[in-house]
Design a protein around this ligand. Structure first.
Ligand code: HEC
Length: 229
């Protein structure tokens, strides 16, 4: 018995540790991303930014353009105008135009697919990562990253960083992060809406259950059921 309980404790402890283990961040404290999946304007802006600044290298192969359009409230014409740079048909998946061999030649590795990066690394990690590039002459692209040392990705947002106030730039990065959070779990949007409906239904049910309970207990309390025997 004692043996079982100590094994159980061990398993539970290791589970706790693995759930809490943050993505490797080089010992740097991650900034809080503060993204809001219900903010459609931020998601729309994030989608546009992603297609402009990231989709040349990174695929999000789990997503199709028309699904993004439908979920984020873009019309088909808007999707074609603002999002589809690497595709001809609206039903296509979001695949980067970069060839694998080219990528390996230029970056030493092919840029990872970002479909699930918000799930594996977390939004705080992405938000901090994109804001942690710094100049480093020894690197091929002249930049390095505080939380991903010797990074092979260039600082693609450097121009925005220069042209915007720091609050505006943070919001830009927050919007991209928010979009990647949505991409990691598109059903989250539906789930939230369903959640409100279910809670609404349960609170209405509560009123009727309470009234029913009162009705039943009225008899018990006043002993009417006894009088019938
Ligand atoms: C010029 C090509 C290129 C562009 C454009 C680019 N990236 Fe990258 N990105 C890379 C490469 C290469 C890596 C791999 C870096 C490494 O592991 O050293 C990477 C890594 C990443 C990672 C880490 C993924 C992981 O699991 O380790 C994230 C997150 C990321 N990029 C997000 C973005 C976002 C968001 C944008 C657009 C704002 C963007 N990238 C634009 C090439 C690019």
């Amino acid at each position: 018995m004692k043996k079982i309980s100590s094994t159980t404790v061990l398993i539970l402890a290791s589970l706790l540790v693995s759930f809490n283990a943050p993505a490797s961040n080089n010992g740097i404290r991650l900034d809080s991303a503060n993204t809001d999946i219900n903010n459609q304007k931020s998601l729309q802006n994030g989608a546009k930014l992603f297609m402009n600044y990231c989709s040349g290298c990174h695929s999000i192969s789990f997503m199709r353009y028309n699904r993004i359009g439908k979920d984020l409230g873009f019309s088909n014409a808007d999707v074609e105008k603002h999002l589809m740079f690497n595709a001809n048909k609206i039903g296509e998946r979001v695949i980067s135009s970069m060839s694998k061999t080219g990528a390996v030649k230029w970056f030493g590795l092919s840029p990872p697919d970002l479909s699930l990066v918000a799930r594996s690394k977390g939004t705080d990690w992405i938000y901090t990562y994109l804001r942690s590039f710094y100049k480093d002459k020894s690197r091929p692209f002249g930049v390095n990253n505080k939380i991903l040392q010797n990074v092979s990705m260039p600082d693609v947002l450097w121009e925005l960083k220069q042209n915007k106030s720091s609050a505006d730039f943070d919001q830009t990065v927050r919007d991209i992060t928010n979009f990647l959070d949505y991409v990691g779990e598109p059903a989250k949007l539906v789930r939230f809406q369903l959640g409100y409906k279910v809670l609404g239904f349960l609170s209405i049910l509560l009123v009727f259950s309470y009234l029913l309970k009162k009705e039943y207990w009225k008899d018990v309390k006043y002993g009417k059921w006894r009088a019938k025997d």
